[in-house]
Design a protein around this ligand. Structure first.
Ligand SMILES: NC(=O)c1ccc[n+]([C@@H]2O[C@H](COP(=O)([O-])OP(=O)(O)OC[C@H]3O[C@@H](n4cnc5c(N)ncnc54)[C@H](O)[C@@H]3O)[C@@H](O)[C@H]2O)c1
Length: 382
């Protein structure tokens, strides 16, 4: 019986943003070891990175293609690959590893278009490979608690959703001004690397998945107004959405809202009550039942559901954040993969991580929003 897994990483050199968050988070449960990597397109950087992580010389690769083939051929090859590169590369890299039958955990957005996403889903099924897309906020304990409460019918039937993801770091792109903000990699503004959208693709996609995860509702259609401010890709979007139960909602995502740093907020309104989760204060959940004062649920307490408590990493009162959310995605992913490699059947709840299907839904959402924006906010089906 295997108790630990080996993984490799593509992207995530020492100067990258999210790659280190993956490595730290994957290690929380002590069940996965970084064994191989192609951390950048630069050979010298790859050596430095591999040495820092104590990788064997023969496990440091200068191309993901060579890594996929060599790792698949080894008896002690990696059990899964983490893809933490810019968007334009996800499809090719995921395809290379799936072709070799290697399980894939890929960053969002999954890929550039719906046909690519469907191809990855098909290939994963054909090869019997598991596939996770890292919509990390669904790893937050209190997002899981919101989901459990909504599933139990505590707020009744969902009749409205109001969600926003507001940032300010690109406001200087609207009107040249003093640049005072810490910026993410500039590839996000380049259509050749980011894809068809910047703002909706980078952060609107998180709204789409977090709401879908919490409510279990599917999007039927969207009507979106995207603002470009003279840039090649969108920086701001106001999106009207319709769910498969007939309810409507409003999603706002922006990179030009002064005063907001990483403001993901989800409010779900039901016939009997409402739930609100605020990413910048992620250890609490606001629950209001009709006619009663708002209650504040705290992560890790005895009244929290078993589903959410299974993902408690620290005792209550010790704030969990981004690393722990990622770690919870890994907790579910590694647990499920261990069952797979040990030939054990999955039990209910074993696969509580975002899948390639979620990745496909995200790509559909991005494309529908952009198409709607081009048609002056006409409704577009997903
Ligand atoms: N889930 C989340 O919350 C979250 C947060 C941030 C970023 N992301 C996603 O993570 C991905 C990476 O974002 P980032 O901000 O870390 O970017 P980044 O620019 O900081 O890092 C990208 C890394 O990929 C490497 N790379 C590029 N092309 C490569 C190739 N062909 N082979 C090997 N390595 C290659 C670069 O050298 C760099 O190390 C993006 O898709 C982004 O949308 C997700």
């Amino acid at each position: 019986m295997r108790e630990t897994l080996r993984y490799g990483q593509v992207g995530g050199s020492l100067d990258a943003f999210i790659g280190a968050v993956h490595r730290i988070s994957a290690s929380f449960d002590g069940r996965a070891t970084l064994t191989a990597g192609c951390f950048s397109g630069n050979a010298e950087k790859n050596r430095r990175c591999g040495a820092f992580f104590h990788l064997g010389e023969d496990r440091i690769y200068d191309s993901y293609e060579a890594m996929a083939q060599a790792e698949a051929a080894r008896a002690d090859g990696i059990d899964f690959v983490v893809i933490s590169t810019p968007n334009s590369t996800h499809y090719e890299i995921a395809r290379a590893f799936l072709t070799e039958g290697v399980n894939v955990l890929c960053e969002k957005p999954l890929c550039f278009d719906v046909a690519q996403a469907e191809e990855l889903r098909r290939l994963a099924a054909e090869k019997g490979a598991m596939f996770c897309v890292n919509y990390s906020y669904s790893g937050c304990g209190m997002v899981k608690e919101a989901r459990a409460l909504i599933r139990r019918g505590v707020i009744g039937e969902v009749i409205n959703v109001n969600a926003e993801y507001l940032q300010e770091y690109l406001v200087d792109d609207v009107a040249a001004g003093e640049d005072t903000m810490v910026k993410l990699s500039s590839w996000r503004k380049d259509p050749a690397v980011a894809g068809i959208s910047n703002c909706v693709g980078d952060i609107g996609s998180h709204i789409e998945h977090t709401v879908a995860y919490m409510t279990g509702l599917k999007l039927r259609r969207v009507a979106a107004k995207l603002d470009y401010f003279g840039q090649p890709l969108d920086l701001n979007a106001n999106i009207l959405v319709e769910f498969d139960n007939g309810a409507h909602g409003v999603y706002c995502c922006s990179q030009v809202c002064v005063g907001h740093m990483n403001g993901l907020v989800v409010r779900v309104f039901g016939t009997k009550g409402a739930i609100e989760w605020v990413q910048e204060n992620p250890n609490v959940l606001y629950v209001t039942l009709k006619g009663q004062p708002t209650q504040i649920y705290n992560r890790g307490m005895g009244y929290i559901s078993d589903e959410a408590r299974a993902f408690n990493l620290l005792p209550s009162g010790h704030p969990e954040g981004v690393y722990e959310a990622f770690a919870n995605i890994y907790r579910a992913w590694i647990g499920a993969l261990l069952k797979k490699v040990n030939g054990q059947p999955f039990a209910a709840g074993d696969c509580d991580f975002p899948t390639v299907e979620d990745g496909l839904n995200g790509v559909r959402f991005i494309h529908a929003c952009v198409e709607s924006g081009r048609k002056d906010a006409a409704w577009v089906e997903l």
